[in-house]
Design a protein around this ligand. Structure first.
Ligand code: UD1
Length: 332
């Protein structure tokens, strides 16, 4: 059985769907701080059977021990954590507490339970700002905000843990820009409050919730001047996690792998694509660059292909279509 921390969250819930499709049993462990138990019922609708879950916080060793005692957990997919960059700047303690202390508590509970196989959610944010693109896993890391630092600290802890005890099998997955939703439109991304990522904002503008989108800068060295990112469909990411799990089952190894498409798409291209596939208008205005934004980011995906046999299959059309279907069906 696979333990999925943060399994009711955006990437966690989509990965659970893929785990079920691949024939894995799983138990969701979530404190619902940025998700809702209602997501579990939606997941049940998609997979056609009950979802096993336990409410709990990864910082609570007793709750963790309980979930390990109650289920024969062979591996953990660890998604639970806080993820808003701006919030992390104003609340660094919360970010270190949830993301670093929480991960340490989880590793401790795993060790007590004798479960030493872990897939960790990291982020391309750990790469320094001035990297040549595409960026590969051996590029130097440099972080500019507390959120990014918590990811890097946990990565470092995991690598020390693996050195201390080679029985640990660990896959650290560095996500580029996850987007889209399950094609059923039953689950998707539900940011609390004002979103800060591009696609949820595009969706809200298309739905008339916001009058227009602000494009942060059109003077980057890209073909149309707007920022470029490696947007990757959340169902592709979900498949990447199952591939990483399969890899760890077969190999006693520790790996750090980018999950992206290997292609950059500009902010304007996202807007144009979204308008075409949704039939909605997305008014926008150009405003100055966002502080600390990087211009161009996309992944070198050769290691994922080589080690995991994984490639992203879905294109930006599909990401926009599924994001809009989710928005239109659920969020006005
Ligand atoms: C942001 C975070 C990053 C995190 C990632 C995934 C920052 C500086 N970085 O990355 O740490 O891992 O989200 O959650 O916050 N854009 C606009 N207008 C908007 C919003 C975004 O033009 O209203 C542009 C941005 O300038 C960027 C692109 O869209 O070029 C993507 O932005 P976003 O979705 O926030 O992701 P990242 O900046 O890649």
């Amino acid at each position: 059985m696979i333990l999925v921390t943060g399994g009711a969250g955006y990437i966690g819930s989509h990965t659970c769907i893929e785990l079920a499709r691949a024939g894995h049993e799983f138990v969701v462990f979530d404190n619902f701080s940025n998700s809702a138990p209602a997501v579990l019922a939606r997941m049940e609708q998609i997979i056609g059977r009950p979802v096993v879950w336990q409410k709990g916080d990864i910082r609570d060793p007793a709750a963790l021990d309980k979930v390990f005692a109650g289920h024969p957990v062979s591996a953990v997919l660890h998604f639970a954590g806080l993820k808003a960059v701006t919030e992390s700047i104003s609340q660094p303690i919360d970010y270190f507490d949830n993301n670093v202390h929480g991960s340490i508590a989880l590793m401790g509970a795993m060790a007590r339970a004798g479960c030493k196989t872990l897939v960790f959610s990291s982020s391309a944010t750990v790469y320094g700002p001035e990297q040549p693109m595409p960026v590969a896993e051996d590029a130097p890391c440099a972080v500019s905000n507390p959120y990014g630092r918590t990811k890097l600290v946990v990565e470092e802890l995991l690598s020390e843990l693996g050195r201390s005890d080679p029985q640990w099998r660990i896959a650290t997955l560095r996500y580029f820009n996850p987007t889209g939703a399950h094609p059923s439109a039953l689950i998707g991304e539900s940011p609390l409050g004002t979103p800060s990522n591009l696609m949820p904002l595009v969706c809200q503008v298309a739905a008339g919730i916001r009058p227009s989108l602000q494009i942060f800068g059109d003077d980057y060295p890209s073909h149309d001047g707007t920022g470029v990112r490696d947007f990757v469909h959340v169902m592709d990411l979900a498949e990447g996690h199952v591939a990483a799990l399969d890899f760890l089952t077969k190999n006693q190894a520790r790996i750090v792998v980018n999950l992206g498409t290997g292609h950059g798409t500009s902010v304007l291209e996202v807007i144009r694509t979204f308008e075409r596939v949704s039939g909605q208008r997305v008014p926008y205005e150009i405003v100055p660059r966002r502080d600390a934004d990087i211009g161009i980011s996309f992944a070198d995906v050769s290691l994922a292909r080589e080690l995991l046999g994984w490639v992203a299959k879905r294109d930006v059309d599909e990401m926009c279509r599924d994001a809009w279907r989710w928005q239109a069906a659920n969020r006005g």
